[in-house]
Design a protein around this ligand. Structure first.
Ligand code: PGA
Length: 266
C-alpha cells in the first residue's frame, strides 16, 4: 500500500483530484469507480472547479458507483444517484448515460441485478481507478464486517452502526433504507488502482486495522492489502493511530519524486 499522510481534508481532496485528472487526461476511455459519503464531497468540488475554471473535459468518462440503496427511486433525494447528480454529474459534462449505479427495485432479482452490474463493468473494460471511503467499522462500499473477501455485487443488509452513522443524513420523518446493493470486495479488488481517502479522528482505528491489522473479514478494508496498486490518502487525524507514521512520510517523499517524473499511473 502507498500511504500518504497530509495535513487536512482539503489536501486529501486536492491529492485525490490529481489522480483523477491525470487518469482522464491520459486515457481515451477512462472508467472511474465513485463513492458517496461525506469524504469524497471535497474531491468532487475540486473536479467541478477543474471543469468550470480550467475547462477539463469529462465527456469521455464512464463511471460506476460502489453502491445504491435497495428499492429507492433515482429521483428520491436520498438516492445515491441524487447525491452524485448534486455533487458531481450535474456540474460537469459527463454523459449521464455512462454513469452507472447498482440499482435493484422491489420486483427485481438482486442476484440478476448484481450480475448485470458486474457485466457492465467488464463491458466498459474494467474500472481504472476506484475511489473509496472507509467506515468507522472498516467497511468499504457497504461491505460490512464479515463480508466475504471474494464477494461480488450483491444485496447487503446494513449493520446497526452504519445505519446509526448514516442516520444524520435523514430527516426524522424520512424512511431510511436498511438494505443496499454494493460492489463486492472482489469487485473492488479488480479495479486497476484503488484510492481510499479517510479524514477525521473517528476513522483512525479502522485505518490502522486496514493497513497494519490482519487480513480479515472483521475489517473489510484490510482486503486492500492484497491489491497491487492501493493508495491510501489520510489527513493527520485519520493517521493518528497508525504505527510507523514516520516511515510512510519518508517513503512518500520518494514516491513523490517518481510521480513527478513518471506520473501516477503505469
Ligand atoms: P463517510 O463514509 O465518507 O461519510 O465517512 C465513508 C464510508 O462509510 O465508506
Amino acid at each position: 500500500m502507498q500511504v500518504i499522510i497530509l495535513e487536512d481534508p482539503e489536501q486529501v481532496a486536492q491529492h485525490a483530484s490529481q489522480w483523477v485528472l491525470e487518469l482522464i487526461a491520459k486515457k481515451a476511455k477512462p472508467v472511474l469507480g465513485l463513492a458517496t459519503g461525506s469524504t469524497p464531497i471535497n474531491l468532487y468540488k475540486k473536479l467541478v472547479k477543474s471543469h468550470q475554471e480550467d475547462q477539463i473535459d469529462f465527456s469521455h468518462v464512464t463511471s460506476f458507483n460502489l453502491d445504491e440503496y435497495h428499492n429507492i427511486d433515482a429521483d428520491n433525494a436520498q438516492s445515491y444517484r441524487s447525491f452524485m447528480k448534486e455533487n458531481l454529474f450535474d456540474e460537469i459534462n459527463i454523459d449521464q448515460k455512462n454513469t452507472y449505479l447498482p440499482t435493484c427495485y422491489q420486483n427485481e432479482n438482486p442476484r440478476r441485478q448484481g450480475l448485470a452490474f458486474e457485466e457492465k463493468i467488464q463491458h466498459a473494460g474494467g474500472i481504472d481507478l476506484q475511489i473509496l471511503g472507509i467506515g468507522a467499522n472498516g467497511h468499504i462500499g457497504f461491505n460490512e464486517p464479515s463480508s466475504s473477501l471474494s464477494s461480488r455485487t450483491r444485496l447487503k443488509t446494513l449493520t446497526q452502526q452504519t445505519l446509526k452513522d448514516n442516520s444524520r443524513l435523514f430527516k426524522a420523518d424520512e424512511y431510511q433504507p436498511t438494505m443496499a446493493m454494493t460492489m463486492g470486495i472482489s469487485t473492488i479488488l479488480d479495479a486497476r488502482y484503488v484510492l481510499l481517502m479517510a479524514t477525521g479522528k473517528n476513522k483512525a482505528k479502522a485505518v490502522n486495522e486496514m493497513i497494519t491489522g490482519a487480513l480479515s473479514a472483521k475489517c473489510p478494508a484490510s482486503a486492500l492489502q492484497l491489491h497491487e496498486h492501493a493508495i491510501v490518502v489520510l489527513d493527520k487525524a485519520a493517521a493518528s493511530e497508525l504505527t510507523h507514521q514516520e516511515y510512510y512520510i519518508w517513503a512518500d517523499k520518494e514516491h513523490q519524486k517518481i510521480n513527478q517524473t513518471y506520473g501516477f499511473f503505469l
